[in-house]
Design a binder for this molecule. Structure first.
Ligand code: SF4
Length: 288
């Protein structure tokens, strides 16, 4: 990978800072006085919830996944982790009753995903032990291959990587038995990559000036952003997971006239990327 200017890395770090303060919906459900899930997110049951949330993950679907899991937890209690033993029709009815998935196509996949993820939990036992016994990249492949709709045929395997991103964030919260996996590169998997999305591709073309071909091959894309996370964050003693939410939001629409990055930055004027961001010129004149 070509050398990235120090000023670009510095701007990226400052741009990423506000995103690190936002808990994703799956982790927010463990927080507060009356949490939806009364476990530490880094405990075995907490990790099982995170696995179910990651299995149901798709862009703009984070809240729906948590809403469905909260409903199922209220309905089935601890059997949330044994949904593979709930008759398929009963589970499908409960998912429908949750109201989390108005789209029938999405909703139809959910029971199969949950039953498959619970098969995985049955087979592996407590996930903290499973996580500790191999490198993250190997675990990504295992998870993607074992759980329905989790990326068996995907070259990026973003859903399985998203589980590790949730685990990394959980490791920084209090409670649980996880080692601080999110704080440092995994020595057993130095090339481990966080999820890579369309926002990452836009950032690469706008700020790193890569030839278009560099963005097309999944293996190269994963390696590029693993390297960027190391250079921008790990090398400075910061958690590499910070890269994913920041670039995932880069020029991502959150409504007809809304970019998610602008929401996080409080507009384009305070944004450290505004000097070279192609969208900034459309917003800056109207910002005081
Ligand atoms: S649109 Fe605005 S907030 Fe988003 S990256 Fe560009 S300058 Fe920053």
């Amino acid at each position: 990978m070509k050398t990235i200017p120090a000023a670009t890395l510095d701007a990226l770090r400052r741009y990423a800072a506000p995103f690190a303060d936002v808990l994703p919906p799956a982790l927010a459900a463990f927080a507060g006085r009356d949490p939806v899930f009364p476990y530490a997110p880094g405990s075995p049951r907490g990790l099982a919830v995170l696995l179910l949330a990651a299995a149901l993950h798709w862009p703009d679907g984070e809240e729906a996944a948590v809403r469905a899991l909260a409903w199922l937890h209220a309905r089935f209690g601890e059997d949330l982790f044994r949904l593979n033993r709930v008759p398929f029709e009963a589970l499908a009815e409960a998912v429908l009753a949750s109201g989390a998935y108005p789209d029938e196509g999405e909703r139809k996949r959910v029971p199969g995903i949950l039953r498959s993820a619970c098969d995985f939990l049955d087979a592996k036992g407590p996930l903290d032990a499973w996580l500790a016994s191999a490198d993250r990249e190997a675990r990504v492949r295992e998870l993607a291959g074992a759980v329905y709709w989790m990326g068996k045929s995907s070259l990026l395997k973003n859903k399985a990587r998203y589980f590790f991103w949730l685990v990394a964030r959980a490791a920084e919260l209090k409670g649980g038995t996880l080692p601080p996996a999110g704080l440092a590169p995994d020595p057993k998997a130095p090339a481990f990559a966080w999820p890579v999305t369309e926002g990452h591709g836009r950032f690469y073309q706008d700020f790193l000036r890569a030839p278009l071909s560099a963005g097309l091959d999944p293996a190269r894309r994963l390696a590029l952003f693993a390297d960027l996370a190391r250079k921008a964050f790990d090398a400075r003693g910061e958690a590499g997971w910070r890269l994913y939410p920041a670039l995932e939001a880069y020029l991502r629409r959150g409504g007809p006239l809304v970019f998610r990055c602008r929401e996080a930055q409080g507009g384009c004027r305070p944004c450290p990327l505004n000097a070279r961001c192609p969208a900034a010129k459309h917003f800056l004149p109207a910002e005081k």
